[in-house]
Design a binder for this molecule. Structure first.
Ligand code: GLN
Length: 215
């Protein structure tokens, strides 16, 4: 079974660990380069993206993680994690940099301020929430949304309700290759389908080396 790390510098690590376990992975909290080196995939939890960037650098994880992403490490970023995976941040402070990897522009705190945190039920066929299936439970906490995507980016979900004004139809879940990102927190409230898809992505990414071993 795949070992999936959860970046454990900030954010709701425990909830992601629980969701990954339920989705059939072996979770591993990651704080050190040696831990990053042994995971088959990594979850970037929510938090505060500029703080997480600083912590990543302080713990000597920023450059190694960038390298592993470039080598094809599957990574799932939620909320602040989505921002870290974005190639571009709209309205970012001049010194905010990201890991990047997904050809998209995100806007931080797009849904409004803390008091505007809310939940929605989304239709998302690629996440197992299509017609005839239960809608996806999505908790938004000072969430970003995606303003623009490149042509290699698959849009997995859009905001449903016009929450906080003008959010209707905004992109809130994307995938590009082995990178997955959601503006919301599926780990809160027991929504399992995003973690299940991610564990599948991690397992698929491991296949080539397994085949090499057996051939
Ligand atoms: N607002 C945070 C940021 O801009 C993200 C919030 C979250 O991760 N829940 O980084």
């Amino acid at each position: 079974i795949p070992t999936v790390g959860v970046l454990a510098l900030q954010g709701d690590v425990r909830e992601h660990v629980a969701a990954l376990t339920a989705a059939g992975a072996r979770p591993l909290p990651v704080r050190r380069p040696a831990e990053l080196a042994v995971v088959d995939g990594l979850v970037l939890p929510g938090g505060e993206s500029t703080t997480m960037e600083k912590l990543l650098r302080a713990f000597d994880l920023f450059d190694p993680l960038r390298e592993r992403i470039a080598e094809g490490l599957p990574v799932y970023g939620s909320c602040a994690g989505m921002i870290l995976l974005a190639d571009r941040v709209a309205g970012a402070t001049a010194d905010q940099t990201t890991l990047g990897g997904i050809d998209m522009t995100v806007r931080r705190n797009a849904f409004g301020r803390q008091v505007d945190s809310h939940e929605q039920y989304l239709t998302a066929p690629a996440l197992g929430a299509g017609e005839g299936q239960p809608p996806l439970h999505a908790v938004f906490i000072r969430a970003p949304w995606v303003e623009q995507v490149g042509e290699d980016v698959e849009v997995l979900a859009r905001a449903a309700a016009p929450a906080g004004g003008g959010a209707d139809g905004k992109i809130v879940a994307v995938r590009q290759g082995r990178l997955l990102a959601t503006a919301f927190h599926p780990e809160i409230g027991g929504e399992m389908r995003v973690h299940r898809l991610f564990v599948e992505m991690v397992s698929d990414a491991r296949l080539p080396s397994t085949q090499q071993l057996t051939s």
